[in-house]
Ligand binder design. Structure first.
Ligand SMILES: Cc1ncc(COP(=O)(O)O)c(C=O)c1O
Length: 467
């Protein structure tokens, strides 16, 4: 603990210990589980707003900054509503996410669409809605958009998504701007494609260029590199044709510090520690990129192009990850004398935290029923699934997860475990594997007001569409 009263994972006025229980925005976590049962996603509206305010600090470098929340991180309607009311825009990745964004009240001009394999129907839906931009992933997609737009008699706003050979210090699966990644258009094709797009102004309006370097990016350099690449393309196009792109989209990837409590930090590899404990801010990333590009713009006599440019960011994780706590109950405990292990088995596994197996992602665990007690007893923690891989510890010896989890001694059935920072890529990836209905989610407001924004599914929901 950093001080005598609150543990290291605490966040003032948000995640705190009171009367030995975890409190979330002043609401007792145990009382929440008494009322709504477990597993339960608890979402803090004030924390979402605070995260957005922090991301908007980058405006000091460039007032024309447009934040489009990457809804894939968590596209629950109640979350989208809080994000919209906080005054920012949204990024979608499919027809379904476009539908949800519109349903949540976003206006079409607030919506941009990514997607690696968009269907004709999805493209048509985006064009019909007249969204801010469709981010194209290949020369083929440009042709497809042209055809669909012509059929609809409408003009599509398009942006080119580039790969630029940029790596980051994150998981291989989370790096999306390398030439080996499945995303984006190669620089060898991008210029031709831009010229091609300009030849068909009836159907397409070329408005921007985009690079998403990847998720949970710890350093500013990839942002600098990506911004430079996009700026060079923008400048080239302007010189070549006189056409000015309206925006540069620098993607998402601003990280979240999953290791505020570092009690397990030494058990994971250094690379992993750097990545999970990253503290890069949007302010630093945009500031660093602009510092370099401003010089380039000055040298090229193109300062006006930079001044008028809209910079788009697509933060997902940094908006929602630490705004959500997954409350799960211990449902079984046992010891194994052969290995001297104590086991604590909960009702939330990788069905709700898929990244735990996909990327061996670390979520800090706290005993919410005894949050003020010392967490120093080693437990093998695991979820409820009939799958040996459904565990909270390292099975692979690859330094991603700790070997055990630390909890107060004598963990008991019925105690509530809080999995912190579980807002991003959790609810949006959950599955009903093993016949486990989706859990409920509640939204907590500043004044402690509680709103159920997702009711718990029941057994009937498991067979809803089965014939
Ligand atoms: C194109 C794109 N933009 C934005 C994001 C959001 O990234 P993050 O949640 O790390 O901010 C992603 C997710 O990987 C993405 O693929």
């Amino acid at each position: 603990m950093t001080n005598t009263t609150q543990p290291d994972w605490a966040i003032p006025n948000y995640l705190e210990v009171k009367d030995n229980h975890l409190q979330i925005n002043g609401v007792d976590a145990i009382a929440l589980t008494d009322q709504y049962d477990t597993p339960l996603f608890v979402i803090s509206a004030p924390r979402i707003r605070a995260n957005i305010a922090r991301l908007l600090a980058a405006k000091q470098h460039h007032p024309k900054l447009k934040l489009c929340y990457a809804s894939k991180a968590n596209n629950t309607l109640g979350v989208l509503r809080v994000v919209r009311e906080a005054g920012i825009d949204v990024e979608v990745n499919s027809g379904g996410e476009l539908f949800k964004a519109l349903r949540a009240g976003f206006k079409p001009e607030q919506i941009e669409m990514n997607g690696i394999a968009k269907t004709e129907q999805e493209i048509a839906e985006a064009i019909e809605a007249e969204i801010y931009a469709i981010n194209l992933d290949s020369p083929f997609e440009l042709e497809l958009v042209e055809q669909v737009a012509a059929k609809l008699g409408k003009r599509a706003n398009v942006t080119l998504r580039l790969v630029a050979g940029v790596s980051t210090r994150s998981h291989a699966g989370l790096q999306t701007a390398m030439y080996t990644s499945k995303f984006g258009i190669s620089p060898a094709q991008a210029r031709q494609m831009m010229l091609r797009a300009l030849r068909n102004p009836e159907a397409v309006n070329l408005v921007g260029i985009h690079i998403h370097v990847g998720s949970q990016t710890p350093d500013p350099e990839p942002y600098v590199q990506a911004f430079q690449t996009m700026w060079e393309h923008l400048l080239w196009l302007h010189k070549e044709t006189g056409h000015t792109l309206q925006h540069i989209n620098i993607g998402g990837g601003i990280p979240v510090n999953y290791l505020r409590d570092r009690s397990h930090a030494e058990e994971i590899s250094e690379d992993e520690r750097t990545m999970l404990g990253a503290i890069l801010t949007s302010d630093e990333a945009i500031g660093a990129a602009l510092q370099v590009v401003r010089d380039a713009a000055r040298n090229a006599g193109a300062e006006h192009l930079l001044r008028d440019l809209e910079i788009v960011m697509e933060p997902g994780r940094s908006v929602i990850a630490d705004a959500v706590t997954l409350l799960t109950k211990v449902r079984n405990v046992k010891t194994r004398p052969e290995t001297d292990d104590h086991w604590a088995l909960t009702d939330a596994g990788y069905n709700l935290m898929l990244s735990m197996v996909l990327y061996h992602w670390y979520y800090h665990a706290v005993n919410a029923s005894r949050a003020g007690e010392e967490h120093s007893s080693r437990y093998r923690m695991a979820g409820p699934l009939c799958d040996g891989g459904d565990v909270y510890f390292d099975m692979h010896g690859d330094g991603h997860l700790p070997d055990h989890r630390l909890l107060p001694s004598d963990a008991k059935v019925g105690e509530v475990i809080a999995m912190l920072n579980t807002g991003a890529y959790t609810m949006s990836q959950m599955t009903a594997y093993n016949g486990r209905p989706f859990p409920a989610a509640v939204l907590i407001e500043e004044n402690g007001q509680i709103e159920v924004i997702r009711k718990r599914d029941n057994y009937e929901d498991l067979v809803l569409n089965e014939m």
